[in-house]
Design a protein around this ligand. Structure first.
Ligand SMILES: [Zn+2]
Length: 279
């Protein structure tokens, strides 16, 4: 309770597992219910368990509306270890959006009674993967984070721009390249302890496969802007091309940038996968 509804004095009102409904029927309750505090609205504010990305949400539903399965207004968050947390029956008017990065400092909503409920409460679930079949007892996660960051590795990288040549080697989370000058990166070097394969889409050239790289590999062609990168490895990458991109990660493959639009990558920030990027 300290983590999800930190200000609440209310405790678990519905346990995980088989329960008996008011009509006497047995029901396998795949989450836990947390009580609503009648006396102080601030005590009903729900926070995310830990860092993740809002995978899906439903908003605008009232009490009794079974749209979307009866969860009412809810937020589903994907965490970096592949686990999910779900916060249901929230009051409508959610303060987050799909794709938003959130953590334990982000309010996800207020305890409500939207959807198929008999009264105001939070229904909280934890899944070990994307399938609802993977739901586990979420009770430990009222106080424990679902995911914790790993220490940063020795990832380093540096970028060259056509205009200014090579910049300094940067540490994970730092910006290499230039911000605000409209310069494009032409060359990139990455020093990583983890294996990594890189392809780059290059101005006037198209895709070039640099294979498995090491710290001596020069990615790019001198004087030609890198427009898009495809990196196969356990990395989260942000690039600046007009504006900072969102992280795009699919099964360890990251594609960042654009192809054929003539927009150079101006700057790049990298972190190893499963490590929260300093925002
Ligand atoms: Zn419930």
């Amino acid at each position: 309770m300290d983590r999800i509804v930190p200000n609440s004095t209310k405790r678990i009102t519905g346990a995980y597992g088989w329960i008996t409904l008011p009509n006497g029927k047995p029901y396998n309750h795949k989450g836990i219910d947390l009580g609503f505090d009648l006396y102080d609205e601030n005590k009903n504010i729900i926070f995310c368990n830990c860092y993740g990305v809002v995978e899906y949400l439903l908003d605008g539903l009232n009490k009794g509306d079974k749209t979307g399965g009866g969860w009412g207004n809810y937020v589903l968050v994907r965490h970096p270890n592949g686990m999910y947390s779900k916060y249901c029956h929230l009051r409508k008017g959610l303060p987050v959006h799909i794709g938003q990065e959130v953590d334990e400092t982000n309010m996800l909503g207020v305890i409500g009674e939207s959807g198929d409920t008999m009264g105001r409460h939070l229904h909280f679930e934890v899944q070990t993967n994307k399938s609802a079949d993977s739901r586990i007892d979420p009770t430990p996660y009222l106080s424990e984070p679902i995911w914790k960051p790993e220490p940063q590795s020795n990832l380093k990288y540096r970028a060259s721009t056509k205009e200014e040549g090579w910049g300094d080697w940067k540490n994970a989370g730092d910006t290499a390249g230039s911000v605000g000058f409209g310069y494009g990166i032409d060359l990139l070097q990455i020093d990583s302890i983890e294996p990594m394969k890189v392809q780059a889409s290059i101005e006037d050239t198209g895709w070039v496969d640099f294979g498995e790289i090491n710290k001596d590999t020069i990615i790019g062609i001198k004087g030609k802007a890198i427009e898009c990168l495809l990196i196969d490895g356990n990395y989260t990458i942000r690039i600046l091309a007009r504006k900072w991109s969102n992280n795009t990660i699919t099964d360890g493959k990251v594609t960042v940038g654009s192809v054929g639009e003539g927009i150079p990558i101006e700057a790049i920030k990298m972190v190893t996968g499963h490590t929260r990027e300093p925002l």
